[in-house]
Write a protein that binds this ligand. Structure first.
Ligand code: NAD
Length: 485
C-alpha cells in the first residue's frame, strides 16, 4: 500500500525486498531543503527477528562460510565493481539523503568500493596455523567466523560505515544484519543492490531500516546474534556494551571524538590552512575524527587565528548537490545542538572570530562555519563533541603543554602534529593518546591502515588486516593419532 507518492525502499531480507511486518513506513528528508524525498520501512522487533533468522539460516547452511574463500572474495570484488560502475547515481542518492557535498559523496562511494575490493582480496589470505605437540599428536588453529554479525550504522557516512564493517565481516564468512541510520537510510541499500547482482547467497546480507530505540535496540539485544559492531555516539555505545554483556557477545565500538592538532611555529602555514578546510569542514564537521581543535604555539597564535578566520569566512555555503564547501547539518535537532555549543562558548569567554550562529536565510539546516579562539582547556568547547563546523583554537608555549591539552579529554580517536621537525613530531606521537596520529596531513591513512579509538572513543579496530581478527575467532583442533600410524 502506498502512503505517499515518494519512492519507497523496503527492507532487504534473504535476498528479497519486504515491507515491515506491520506495514509501517518512515520518511527521510533532504537536509538542504527539509523536504521529504523518500520512504523506507519502519522496522520493529518482528522485522529484526525475520532478518536475524535469515542470517542464521545462511550460517547453518554454510552457504557462505563453507564456500572456498577465493570464491567468497570474488563476490565481494564484484560488489565493489558494481558500486564503482554506479558511482554517480549512488553519490547523488547519498548527497540528497544526508546533505554532504557531492564530491564527498563520490569519494564515499569510491571508499566503499575500496573496502569491498580490499577485503575481497584478503578473503583467501585468512590462514590458520599448525602447532607441533610431538609424536602421536597434531594440532591446528583455524580462524572461524562468529556467525551472525549485527551492524549498527551512524548517519554521517551512511554508505562508508556499512562498507567498513560489512566487508571484513563477509570476507571472514559471517552473515550480517545491518540497521541503517534512521536519518539517512537510503545509502545502506546500495549494498543490497550490489549483492543481488553479484550473486551473494540468500540471507548472507540483510538490511533493515528503523529507529535506534526500536529496530536498533531489538537487534543488539537479539538472542541469536553472535557479534555486534556499533558505530555511533559514546553514550549509545556504552548502552550497547551493557546489552552485549548480558549474553557475552563480543563488540567492536567506534565512537565519538574530540581530536586535536598541535601547530608548532615552524609548520608550513599554507599546509595548515589546507588541512583546516579538509580536517574540520568536511561534511560540515559531522565526522568522528574531525580536527576539532587547533592547539597553536604562542609565537604564531595570532597569525593562525587570523588566517584560519579569513579562510573560514570565505567558504562557499549551500546545498551539497551543488558541491558547496559548507553543506547543511543532518537535522533540525543537530543544528540546535551545534548552535547551542557556539552560543554557550561565547558566554564562557571564547572569542568567536567568524560564524557562531545558524544561517536562517537558507531553507535547510545550515550552521555558519565557526572559529572559536581563546578557548581554555576546561571549557565545554574543548571537552564535548560538537559534531558540526566549529573549530576551537587554544594556545600553548611548550610541547609538553600542547600534548597535555590535546590529551585532556575523555576521547582518544585522532590527533595531529604540524611541524617541520620530524623528531619533534615523533616526540609528540609517542605521547599523544589516540588511535591514529597524523603528521603534517590530517587523515593520513586509508582502508589499509587500522582505525579505532583510545579511551571513550571505542574498542577494537576497523580497517586494515587487523580488522579481520575482529570478525573471526580461533578454533583449536587437537588430535591424538591412534593405531600407531
Ligand atoms: P547515535 O549513537 O545516535 O546512533 C548511531 C546508530 O545507533 C544509529 O543507527 C541509531 O539509530 C542507533 N541507535 C540509537 N540508539 C540505539 C539503541 N538504544 N540501541 C541500538 N541502536 C541505537 O550516533 P549518530 O548521531 O548516528 O552518529 C554520530 C556519532 O557517531 C558521533 O558521536 C560520531 O563521533 C560517531 N561516529 C564514530 C565513528 C568512528 O569510527 N569512531 C564513525 C562515525 C560516527
Amino acid at each position: 500500500m502506498t502512503t505517499t507518492d515518494l519512492p519507497y525502499t523496503r527492507n532487504f531480507i534473504a535476498n528479497a525486498w519486504v515491507d515491515a511486518a506491520d506495514g509501517r513506513r518512515m520518511t527521510t528528508e533532504d537536509p538542504a531543503t527539509t523536504l521529504p524525498i523518500a520512504e523506507v520501512a519502519r522496522s520493529s522487533a518482528a522485522d529484526v527477528d525475520h532478518a536475524v533468522a535469515a542470517a542464521r539460516a545462511a550460517t547453518a547452511a554454510r552457504s557462505w562460510s563453507g564456500m572456498r574463500p577465493l570464491a567468497r572474495g570474488r563476490v565481494l570484488t564484484e560488489m565493489s565493481r558494481i558500486l564503482r560502475s554506479r558511482k554517480e547515481e549512488f553519490a547523488r542518492r547519498l548527497t540528497l539523503d544526508c546533505g554532504k557535498r557531492l564530491s564527498e559523496g563520490r569519494a564515499e562511494i569510491e571508499g566503499s568500493a575500496r573496502y569491498l575490493e580490499y577485503y575481497g582480496g584478503l578473503a583467501a589470505a585468512l590462514e590458520g596455523k599448525y602447532i607441533p605437540l610431538g609424536d602421536g599428536y597434531m594440532d591446528f588453529v583455524v580462524p572461524v567466523p562468529h556467525g551472525v554479525t549485527a551492524h549498527v550504522i551512524p548517519w554521517n557516512y551512511p554508505a562508508g560505515m556499512v562498507a567498513r564493517s560489512l566487508s571484513p565481516a563477509l570476507a571472514a564468512g559471517n552473515a550480517a544484519v545491518v540497521k541503517t541510520p534512521s536519518l539517512d537510510p537510503l545509502s545502506a541499500f546500495i549494498f543490497a543492490e550490489a549483492a543481488l547482482e553479484a550473486g551473494l547467497p540468500d540471507g548472507v546480507l540483510n538490511i533493515v531500516s528503523g529507529a535506534g530505540s526500536e529496530a536498533g535496540a531489538a537487534l543488539v539485544a537479539h538472542p541469536d546474534i553472535d557479534h555486534i559492531v556499533f558505530t555511533g555516539s559514546t553514550d549509545v555505545g556504552r548502552s550497547i556494551m551493557r546489552a552485549a554483556s548480558e549474553r557475552t557477545v563480543p563488540v567492536i565500538l567506534e565512537l565519538g571524538g574530540k581530536s586535536a592538532a598541535i601547530v608548532f611555529a615552524d609548520a608550513d602555514m599554507a599546509n595548515v590552512e589546507a588541512n583546516v578546510v579538509a580536517g574540520i569542514f568536511e561534511n560540515s564537521g559531522q565526522v568522528c575524527d574531525s580536527m576539532t581543535r587547533l592547539v597553536v604555539e604562542d609565537s604564531v597564535y595570532d597569525e593562525v587565528v587570523e588566517r584560519v578566520t579569513a579562510l573560514t569566512a570565505g567558504l562557499s555555503i549551500g546545498a551539497g548537490i551543488d558541491d558547496h564547501e559548507i553543506t547543511p547539518l543532518i537535522s533540525a535537532d543537530q543544528l540546535d545542538t551545534v548552535e547551542g555549543f557556539a552560543t554557550r562558548a561565547k558566554a564562557y569567554g571564547a572569542r568567536i572570530t567568524t560564524g557562531g550562529a545558524r544561517l536562517g536565510d537558507l531553507p535547510g539546516h545550515f550552521m555558519a562555519p565557526t572559529i572559536a579562539a581563546d578557548v581554555e582547556p576546561g571549557m565545554e568547547l574543548n571537552q564535548s563533541e560538537v559534531f558540526g563546523p566549529v573549530l576551537s583554537i587554544l594556545r600553548f608555549s611548550t610541547a609538553g603543554e600542547a600534548v597535555e591539552v590535546a590529551n585532556g579529554t575523555q576521547y582518544g580517536l585522532a590527533a595531529g602534529v604540524f611541524t617541520a621537525d620530524l623528531d619533534r613530531a615523533l616526540w609528540c606521537a609517542e605521547r599523544l593518546e589516540a588511535g591514529q596520529i597524523h603528521v603534517n596531513e590530517w587523515g593520513v591513512g586509508g582502508v589499509e591502515t587500522p582505525f579505532g579509538g583510545f579511551k571513550a572513543s571505542g574498542l577494537g579496530r576497523e580497517k586494515g588486516l587487523e580488522s579481520l581478527e575482529g570478525y573471526t575467532q580461533s578454533k583449536n583442533v587437537g588430535i591424538r593419532r591412534l593405531n600407531g600410524f
